[in-house]
Design a protein around this ligand. Structure first.
Ligand SMILES: [Zn+2]
Ligand SMILES: [Zn+2]
Length: 258
């Protein structure tokens, strides 16, 4: 597979990239939507997080912004491919499953470090305007995952470039990054608490943490894990959004009575 990837032409790489990112966005998004809107509620597993309705035209906006990100991620495959062509990075065609497992674990941790740094930068005054398009989704959906300003897409999309020049990865380890990243991204934006019984700091409570990030804006900049927010003391309290959700519920019940 490594050799086949390197042997592709630039156009083929970009086309394959577009099909890959477009395909996984629709597939993962639709599967998460079905799971959280239909299957899990019917089975009585988990619960929705934010009771507020989506903003008018939100889904259309998320699809439009995500389409642009897919265009950038897809054609951007030319960059890792270019590193290989230039000989600045190499793939290890002989990596065994143990090496691939270790590489994926390292990339999982790196992904959280890379995401926290870029996300924190996007919350500075200087770069805020490039992040606000993502935050227009206050109540998120599985289709908010790629809903970025193009600058944010470029900042987040380069995650494998630095590791690639530092180590000869297996093709499969690198290919796992967009997959696990989108998987966790769908969970984070699903607006659904899959495991209500685990503690707020548990790995399985990532959707609660990212819901709070969208509801409160400041804090919880991490991705799947909590180590960066713990290290830099940027964690939100578990109850941070309770006042606004309570206010909404009260307005709703008053409206219902009127
Ligand atoms: Zn943010
Ligand atoms: Zn988000």
């Amino acid at each position: 597979m490594a050799q086949a990837f390197v042997a592709l032409s630039a156009w083929q790489v970009m086309l394959a990239g577009l099909l890959f990112f477009g395909g996984i966005y629709l597939l993962f998004g639709a599967a998460t939507w079905l799971l959280t809107q239909r299957i899990l509620p019917a089975l009585g597993i988990g619960r929705p997080l934010d009771p507020r309705p989506l903003a008018p035209g939100q889904l259309r906006r998320e699809f439009t912004q995500s389409g642009l990100s897919i265009l950038l991620f897809g054609t951007g495959m030319i960059f890792p491919w270019g590193l290989l062509q230039l000989g600045w990075a190499h793939l290890d065609p002989d990596a065994g499953w143990q090496q691939i497992t270790l590489e994926i674990l390292a990339l999982l941790a790196w992904n959280d470090v890379h995401f926290w740094i870029n996300h924190r930068l996007l919350h500075t005054k200087l770069l805020r305007r490039f992040h606000l398009p993502h935050h227009r989704s206050v109540v998120t959906t599985p289709f908010s995952t790629y809903s970025f300003h193009p600058i944010e897409a470029l900042m987040l999309g380069n995650v494998i470039m630095l590791p690639m020049v530092l180590h000869d990865f297996s093709f499969w380890s690198l290919a796992s990054v967009p997959l696990f990243s989108l998987f966790f991204n769908c969970i984070g934006h699903a607006n659904y608490d899959f495991f209500p019984n685990v503690s707020y700091s548990h790995w399985f409570a990532a959707s609660r943490r990212h819901h709070l990030h969208h509801a409160c804006y400041h804090g919880n900049f991490g991705f799947q894990f909590t180590f960066m927010d713990r290290l830099f003391r940027t964690r939100l309290q578990a109850e941070a959004a309770t006042p606004q959700l309570e206010a909404f519920r009260q307005r709703e019940s008053l409206g219902g009575r009127a």
